[in-house]
Design a protein. Structure first.
Length: 347
């Protein structure tokens, strides 16, 4: 299948990573020719090494974009509610399931492939809104103000419950809806070939981050949300409905997680347990960048994406360990993360 790049499919080699393919015939023809004596042509090993590195860089960008879409929702939720939402991975999985369900109906009707992009966005909006409202209004509001450890345990319990709910609704068999990946063709990046769909995911990440930044920095509503983030008590005293903003932020974060799942769905077999596999990478990106920092999430996602890609290409045995190693180094030097400021605590 083209475009397998989720954590479900640990990639081994350049020709498989993120759907990339190195034209080996071209390399073989080049290698079979005798190199000019003036040294104008690089050795075959050098050409392979350069293109392997190019593949690692491109794969790192693609993986970072995918990871950012999911992790920025967790950042938003933590920034407003100070909750490390362990159930965030399940929101991602539910978005993927909703996406394959709607895509299956869309293509069964013979509708144009270009419409699959809006379909996936609608799937994320539906899944994120419903699940976000149920979780926040039905459970988390009763634990407002509790110790962060208690909230962590509550969201972990929700994670386990929602995993079973997913199995009850969609079953345990894999769901596949790969039509969008094939429909948009391929793009050539140097000697490598990638599905155009991968670039669409990069565009979704850029648009999501840009819209969120614009909302927070340049709109009146965004400034109100920032006030809630920095000082909820003062915001409440000024007449801002803090409770409503917390609900809105939680739903928005849930939609972003579902958006990541919706756009990942066509590239993988959507199956139970897929939410578990993104939790480590998602938390690594957020912790490295700094809890609650959107610029930190960008940098954290890039660090995790490039470290993982280089490990997959050059040392696959340490793929998972490399993420933990980078996270440990960053936290040892800067415990609050790269971009997070010092938080004031009441004593």
């Amino acid at each position: 299948m083209i475009g397998k790049y989720s954590p479900r499919h640990r990639l081994r080699g350049v020709s498989r990573a993120f759907g990339a393919a190195i034209p080996l015939k071209r390399f073989s023809l080049f290698a079979s020719q005798q190199a000019p004596k003036d040294g104008s042509a690089p050795p075959f090993e050098t050409v392979c090494g350069m293109n392997a590195f190019l593949g690692a860089v491109i794969d790192g960008i693609l993986y970072s974009a995918w990871l950012f879409i999911i992790a920025v929702g967790l950042t938003l939720i933590y920034g407003v509610m100070k909750i490390l939402n362990m159930a965030h991975g399940t929101f991602y999985a539910i978005g993927a399931y909703m996406s394959v369900t709607l895509l299956g109906y869309w293509f069964a009707q013979g509708l144009p492939p270009a419409g699959s992009i809006p379909v996936m966005i609608v799937a994320a909006l539906i899944a994120g809104t419903i699940v976000g409202l149920i979780v926040e209004r039905g459970v988390l509001r009763f634990f407002a103000g509790r110790d962060p450890v208690v909230l962590l345990l509550v969201t972990y319990a929700l994670f386990l419950i929602l995993e079973d709910v997913v199995k009850l609704i969609w079953g345990v068999d894999p769901w596949i809806a790969s039509d969008p990946v094939w429909a948009f063709g391929n793009v050539y990046l140097g000697p490598l070939v990638y599905p155009t769909y991968n670039l669409i995911i990069v565009a979704v990440a850029i648009v999501s981050g840009g819209l969120l930044t614009w909302f927070l920095q340049f709109t009146a509503k965004g400034k109100m949300l920032r006030a809630v983030i920095h000082d909820p008590e003062a915001s409440l005293a000024m007449g801002i409905n803090v409770s409503r903003w917390k609900v809105s932020a939680f739903v928005a974060g849930s939609i972003l997680a579902a958006l990541g799942g919706a756009f990942t769905a066509p590239t993988i077999s959507v199956a139970p347990g897929m939410g578990v596999e993104v939790v480590v990478m998602m938390f690594a990106a957020v912790v490295i960048g700094g809890l609650g920092s959107i610029p930190g999430t960008v940098v954290g996602a890039l660090i995790v994406g490039f470290v993982r890609s280089l490990a997959v290409h050059y040392w696959p045995e340490v793929e998972v360990f490399s993420i933990y190693a980078v996270m440990a180094i960053v936290l040892a030097l800067r415990p609050q993360g790269l971009f997070s400021g010092v938080e004031l605590r009441k004593i």
